[in-house]
Design a protein around this ligand. Structure first.
Ligand code: SF4
Length: 210
């Protein structure tokens, strides 16, 4: 599954790669699977009209979130990172082997997404929505800073936010999951590959739209 998703991110929708690329993918996968993702989350109350995380007094009054959370009374703020060592590794490969860096990057995106899904499943959140990451649709990246600070992610898992509101380490995720409703259809709003997505640039999606 990690490889399959990575191939998707690299633009191989049919999973067909030559032997050499497959060998490189397998080599890189071994390195990626050594990484231990760090997770944390906290559950807060939601207020509606306007949509707000009550304890943080943080407005979520954006149409995408209003739709997603319309039947939810709680929200999970969940964070995950693959750590700064991976950033160093990617920078190293960017200098010595750009192809390997690209493959590693795609595998790392796939790996964190799958590990987050697995982690979520184990938490027994009950009826819950898909994870929504700020930066998608009309929900601004600026929210990242408030969410990371609210959870004290720096102290617990070494996750911070840069001046441009992107997360650091690079392969990290902070997202929102509504509790009380089951909107689980595949969507781009949880995708860590969103910024580099070759499908969206062409007005396409890597999955079948409803
Ligand atoms: S951003 Fe959307 S279309 Fe692009 S890889 Fe992610 S889920 Fe697929």
């Amino acid at each position: 599954m990690i490889k399959k998703n990575a191939l998707k991110y690299l633009g191989y929708l049919n999973n067909q790669v030559d032997q050499q690329t497959d060998k490189l993918l397998n080599e890189c996968l071994l390195e990626i699977e050594k990484l231990k993702p760090k997770f944390m989350y906290q559950i807060f109350s939601l207020e509606h009209h306007p949509l707000l995380i009550k304890e943080l007094n943080l407005s979520l009054e954006y149409s995408d979130l209003i739709d997603l959370f319309d039947s939810c009374d709680k929200v999970v703020v969940i964070a995950c990172t693959l750590g700064i060592e991976l950033d160093k590794l990617l920078r190293y490969y960017a200098i010595i082997d750009m192809t390997k860096m690209t493959v590693m990057d795609a595998l790392a995106s796939s790996y964190i997404e799958i590990k987050c899904d697995e982690f979520e499943e184990k938490q027994n959140f009950g009826k819950h929505t898909f994870r929504f990451c700020p930066g998608y649709g009309n929900v601004p990246l600026e929210i990242n800073k408030k969410l990371v600070n609210a959870l004290n992610c720096d102290k617990h898992i070494g996750l911070t936010v840069q001046e441009n509101n992107l997360l650091l380490p690079q392969k990290s995720m902070i997202g929102l999951i509504g509790i009380g409703d089951e909107k689980l259809n595949k969507h781009c709003f949880s995708c860590i590959n969103l910024e580099n997505c070759i499908y969206r640039k062409k007005g396409q999606r890597c999955y079948k739209k409803d």
